[in-house]
Design a protein around this ligand. Structure first.
Ligand code: SF4
Ligand code: SF4
Length: 306
């Protein structure tokens, strides 16, 4: 089994499109793990239909049992996050779940155990099949929940459980360099950094590259939306060179790639000069995957026709 993570630092850099193209290459022995749990779009990119779903529990939530609460207010005084409110006379106390950090202080403080715990649903995990014939594991975190790293781990664990011994897992990482990104990168055999050839794209990719280098992961890069601004292309190349990250190739900014995305196709199906660049970059990645060599293999890249 080989796990390849596609990350970019910046949102909208083309990470999911490149991950989807890799998945198209790697079928049928591929599982796609969409770890962008705050804004998953891999299922859309791959035309997925959900076959199984399950709730995601991040840990206990807290609530007040109003049947036995005496209204003493000790819980409110113990909450450092102003998550306990009262209303009426005599006061009736309640916990605002959106503000609750689940520290448990009120639970400990209540003298009569009127603060109780419950299993709080923090999101949902889905397994879907795609029109490519591969499985995708994806998830949705409830807005305001802060356990995205834990949910990323669940997505990856489920993808591993579905994947066979010789399967390739394509991990689509969220943007940024925070906890869910680290959870997406950890333990992967290869990280592909997608650098958007723009000032913000290069800056965010550089921050990500520093993180990956500090984690000691095998890394390769793709410059996306190349050709619009030669200065930006050069800056992206210079940044990667300074970081010691090999460049697999440059994807041009081409209308056919955008059209493919909008019609729910992967970049492997484009019928234009852009296809040569896509195939060339993916072939370089193929070579690196082969060099990792545990028997896993993505399918041969067919440059002429998908
Ligand atoms: S668990 Fe902590 S944050 Fe939540 S209401 Fe109780 S004291 Fe406040
Ligand atoms: S500490 Fe307990 S009894 Fe007092 S107001 Fe809070 S929940 Fe009610």
């Amino acid at each position: 089994m080989i796990t390849i993570c596609v990350a970019s630092g910046k949102g909208g850099a083309g990470k999911t499109s490149i991950a989807a193209a890799l998945a198209a290459m790697a079928r049928p022995t591929c599982v796609f793990a969409d770890c962008d749990v705050d804004a998953a779009n891999g299922a859309i990119a791959l035309g997925a239909a959900t076959t199984a779903r399950e709730p995601y529990f991040a840990g206990p939530g807290f609530m007040i049992n109003s049947e036995i609460c005496t209204g003493c207010g000790l819980c409110e005084a113990s909450c450092r996050f102003a998550a306990i409110r009262s209303e009426g006379d005599p006061p009736r106390f309640m916990i605002v779940s959106e503000l609750c950090e689940r520290c448990g202080a009120c639970y400990e403080r209540c003298p009569i155990k009127a603060v109780v715990t419950y299993e709080k649903t923090a999101g949902e995990l889905f397994v879907s099949t795609t029109r490519l014939g591969i499985a995708i594991v994806h998830a949705e975190l409830v807005p305001g929940e802060d356990t995205s790293g834990k949910l990323v781990r669940k997505v990856r664990e489920r993808a591993q459980a579905i994947a066979g011994e010789h399967a390739t897992i394509i991990v689509d990482a969220p943007p940024g360099i925070g906890c869910p990104v680290i959870a997406s990168i950890s333990g992967c055999d290869l990280i592909i950094v997608v650098v958007e050839a723009s000032a913000s794209g290069i800056r965010d990719a550089e921050r990500l590259a520093k993180l990956i280098v500090s984690m000691g992961r095998r890394t390769i890069a793709i410059i996306n939306k190349a050709g619009l601004n030669p200065d930006m292309d050069a800056r992206a190349r210079d940044m990667l060179k300074a970081m010691g990250i090999p460049l697999a190739g440059e994807m041009p900014f081409h209308p056919s790639l955008r059209s493919a995305e909008e019609s729910g196709e992967t970049w492997m199906t484009v019928d234009s000069v852009a296809r040569h660049s896509v195939a060339s970059a993916l072939r370089a990645i193929q070579g690196l995957i082969d060099s990792i060599g545990d028997g896993s293999r993505v399918a041969a890249i067919e440059e002429e026709k998908p």
